[in-house]
Design a protein around this ligand. Sequence first.
Ligand SMILES: Cc1ncc(COP(=O)(O)O)c(C=O)c1O
Length: 376
Amino acid sequence: MNLFDVYPLYDVTPVSAQGIVVTDDKGQEYLDFYGGHAVISIGHSHPHYVKCLKDQLDKIGFYSNAVQNPLQKELATKLGKLSNCENYNLFLCNSGAEANENALKMASFQTGKSRIIAFKNGFHGRTSAAVAATDNEKINAPLNKQQKVTILPFNDSTAFKSEIEKGDVCSVIIEAIQGVGGLDEPSTKFYQEVAQLCHLNNVVLIADEVQSGFGRSGKFFGFQHHGIEPDIISIAKGMGNGFPVGGILIHDNIKASYGLLGTTFGGNHLACVATMAVLEVLEKENLVENAKMLGEYFKEKALAIPQVKRIKGRGLMLGLEFDFEVAELRKKLIYENHLFTGGAKDKHVLRILPALNIAKEHLDVFFKKLKIALDQ
Ligand SMILES: Cc1ncc(COP(=O)(O)O)c(C=O)c1O
């Protein structure tokens, strides 16, 4: 059987990884400034993470949500404390798209309405409503296009107000820092207006923190830079450091009832332990603060590179904008300089999403090699 060929692949085959270093099948080492789409939050094969997963696998790896699993409660308590979101309740699933799908569904249940407001260049995943709320025609099949979605630009308060006041909107879904789109952000003023208008119009505000959450932006959640309180927060990616896990944090104001949401795999023992290990390392190694500090260091260093036209993002969710498309530069970085980096929908943006325990020296290497690649 062949693979269904949907990914254009770099010709690199990683076989092991440790911290920020990925090694391929020929023994070549690469520095990972991309974390496999912002997934690696505490570094590859972190010893605490590996131990927790191995120990759990020796006990029990999986049982469904038909029986008690105290690990879920333990995880919810720890997550509530570390993220300062103790007035939310946790529903666990398996990926970012699934998190958003459940968030959008909850919003529709809660309000009895069905139209979604989403934003230009936003990305929310590949499932039914999540992909419909994603601003990319090419990945929306006719089936997905049946959803009622209005896509608006960031920071246009007049357009936003006029749409939300039409009365048929169930939810607004927003990334505090756009990932796939290319690191654009709403202004604090706009994000606060959005939150207030959602409240006034009985609309559920969904903060899509799948990429910006778990400390990546230099605060636990990206929306926390803007002083607002969403109704639902979706999480995945860095949450499991590579173990497939996602979830939504649902505000106390939204009530649960049996059968409203469900999943076979979500919240399984291994997923809970992986996420707990990530939280423990974030806390013990002070990684949210490290993301903030190193983000500032990165920006300082980037200022010295004349080809960089704009530095975008926060913490270790960063983008460098050039006045040329970065595809060739990324090839030079990976094949000749052995650095993994990311691209974006905006083809001029190079995305940098390293593990949050990266060190200054790694960033120094990054800039040294970036300069070489730019002059090659
Ligand atoms: C902001 C955001 N939301 C949702 C998703 C979808 O997550 P997943 O690929 O785990 O379904 C992504 C993935 O890139 C994302 O960046």
